[in-house]
Design a protein around this ligand. Sequence first.
Ligand code: PHE
Length: 339
Amino acid sequence: MLDKVKELIGEVNDFKATTKEELEAFRIKYMGKKGILNDLFAEFKNVANDQKKEFGQALNTFKNAAEGKVNELRANLEEASLNTSSLNDLTRPAEPLNLGSRHPISIVKNQIIDVFSRIGFTVSEGPEIEDDWHNFTALNLPEYHPARDMQDTFFIEQNPDILLRTHTSSVQTRYMENNEPPIRTLSPGRVFRNEDISARAHCIFHQVEGLYIDTDVSFADLKQTLLYFTQEMFGKSKIRLRPSYFPFTEPSAEVDIYWGLETETDYKITKGTGWLEIMGCGMVDPNVLKNANIDPTKYSGYAFGMGIERIAMLLYQIPDIRMFYENDVRFLEQFKSIN
Ligand code: PHE
């Protein structure tokens, strides 16, 4: 008796069905009203008392095996029929196509380029691995100049001449070497600084720098251009220029915009002042022009540079710079753009 049940368990486990009809026949044979399972349960009372426990357990195993098999095969067949019917039904709506979204850094970069291209700026790019001349020396930062410490540098293989650019001003050096004034160009790109990573700073980030060189370019031109930019980009029309220092510009300034103090967030991000620093700028130092073979007695120019992450954090109220690089789709999907 017990052997018979064990044999039946084996049979059930090995069973395969390719159609619903086969499965139904199987179900009726084993689990139907007059099926084998019920017959066996009816036999139970005839089993000797000392064997009842073992027989009962075997019966339960058999029952579970049969039920499990029916459920498993039913699910398989249903899935298979779903698959074939979706292929056959040509009127069925297409699967939704999931369009990716642009990275917020790209969106903001494109917006900045768009604003400046409307007043005649072109875009220029350059290498991320730079030499000392283009990143530092030509920009009025000779060897041992203390201001080199302003931008902690990654060097390549102990060679102090080859480095990861610390700003995209290096692209402007290259542009000045290869183009005659008038020059109006933007250099967006990735830059690298050997800094500790925190919510506000990262060792890899992005900048857009701008350079304008022509005859009679004045500080007033710079200020007017910056005002135009902040109006277009943020809808804010109050800026202030604070004296600052950059080796490649003289005079130099930090640009603050008046963000306002309307909300609690405004208080937080402006530390209660209403003002926010957004970029550095200044009049191109005559030495920089000379280094690029541009005559500083004939030409003058201005330059400015900003971090894209910083601007994006302001525009989208992003609290932590690291979110840009984590590639978490829940974060990235929130940004949609047409350009
Ligand atoms: N290159 C500067 C920086 O990376 C920014 C800057 C550009 C400042 C041009 C003034 C003029 O910090």
